[in-house]
Design a protein around this ligand. Structure first.
Ligand code: 5RP
Length: 219
């Protein structure tokens, strides 16, 4: 199977976790896009969605799925999103698609985070994938210097502006042995909006696409 077929398999498998008559949290990226395709087939059974990016919002609206502002929603039962890396502890690196801040906000609200990922995303130690950090534009150089002090090699993702009007630094060469501590330490740097470590709020369930089928991981 191709990587995209594995992503499609988990995107569709996540439908099982969507309760009827609720507003569904929807992530960003190619795996989340497959989930949106699947969600469209049951759109009459859900109230609508809250979206983590302009790109996902556009796709949801294209299917006629109502998209709600998060501020107008009291609770979200389930949030479905991809990951760039995930460990057996359900800690993740996210933000390859630059949507990490909205993803983190929706996952904070959601009761259950269902991660959908192809098998290549499962790792023993986070950090091979460069860690995305969303930064207020005027703080870019300062934050980069502080990230070097934390042991990383930040690279400005030139040409990319997030949906929130900020920039992304991708931090290379970090072997992340204590994801919760690093998530906290990076967020303490003034000018950082948030970073792509999802350790304090990791996934509750991960559907992993493998050659043997969809494997369900839980902490
Ligand atoms: C976007 C994300 C995505 O979930 C992550 O990059 C995985 O993407 P894909 O499903 O395309 O492999 O965090 O900000």
């Amino acid at each position: 199977m191709t990587q995209d077929e594995l992503k499609k398999a988990v995107g569709w498998a996540a439908l099982e976790y969507v309760p009827e008559d609720t507003i569904v949290g929807v992530g960003t990226g190619s795996t989340a896009a497959h989930f949106i395709d699947a969600l469209a087939t049951i759109k009459h059974k859900i109230e609508g969605a809250v979206s983590s990016s302009e790109a996902s919002t556009e796709k949801l609206k294209g299917y006629g799925i109502p998209v709600f502002e998060l501020n107008s929603v009291d609770s979200i039962e389930v949030y479905v999103d991809g990951a760039d890396e995930i460990t057996k502890h359900m800690h993740m690196i996210k933000g390859g698609g630059a949507a990490l801040t909205r993803e983190k906000i929706i996952s904070a609200v959601a009761k259950t985070f269902v991660c959908v990922a192809d098998g290549s995303k499962k790792v023993d130690v986070l950090g091979n994938f460069p860690l995305p950090v969303e930064v207020i534009p005027m703080a870019r150089s300062y934050v980069a210097r502080e990230l070097v002090k934390l042991g990383g090699d930040p690279v400005w993702r030139e040409g990319v502006i997030t949906d929130n009007g900020n920039v992304i630094l991708d931090v290379h060469n970090m072997k992340i042995v204590d994801p919760k501590q690093l998530e906290h330490d990076i967020n303490m740097i003034t000018g950082v909006v948030t970073n792509g470590l999802f350790a304090h709020r990791g996934a509750d369930i991960c559907l992993l696409g493998t050659e043997q089928g969809v494997v369900t991981m839980k902490p």
